[in-house]
Design a protein around this ligand. Sequence first.
Ligand code: SAH
Length: 221
Amino acid sequence: MSAGGDSDERATSEREALGAPVQPRSQQDFDSSYEGRPPWDIGRPQAAFVDVVESGGLSGRVLDVGCGTGEHVLLAAAAGYDATGIDLAWAAIAQATEKARQRGLEATFLVHDALDLASLSGPFGTVLDSGLFHVLSDADRTRYAEQLHRVVTPGGRCYLLAFSDRQSGEWGPRRVSEQELRDCFVDGWRIESVEPATYEVNLHPGRAEAWLTTVVRTETP
Ligand code: SAH
């Protein structure tokens, strides 16, 4: 995770002064986001992931990394999959656990770091990432891809929905280019597709340009 510090704090207060939404970075930032309703918490799964599930894109055990309040884990669980969601923010995990109880669905939710996936009890046939990749620093993205490789079965797929550089404006998270995505999943991965998609948010204008990236784990790192 990005370290805090004076320059980060200065950047934060500048953004506040400009009236732009503050982008959470640290575990504490994310925890406080869930005291209210964060912009990404739309109360339903992202349409892009509904399409993945409906088109038969899941297989094996499903892991949602940075699962927030659990909509995509519950989507997979409702479709009959053994689904696990992890998130650094305990408040998100508490809400997700309560949603599962209310909906009568069985799923596993854990407070756990996406950069330490190797210590999870895997392996997983499918990984979902809705809005995590784009909050990670460059160094953390590399580590994340390495950690994913350790928990995904050979032939298993990861689906990542991230803010795209085709989205104008400064609000929201750092934009990601198609090339950055491709460069991150090189050794031990095959990029199946990087497609323009939509990331739905609950503040104006309700949607952002995104990339839906599908990567397949190959046999060797
Ligand atoms: N996938 C959810 C949340 C997206 S926001 C949804 O679609 O609604 C990004 C999420 O990643 C936040 O819930 C944040 O707490 C979590 N997160 C950020 N860094 C993380 C890390 N290192 N490990 C696990 N979760 C992390």
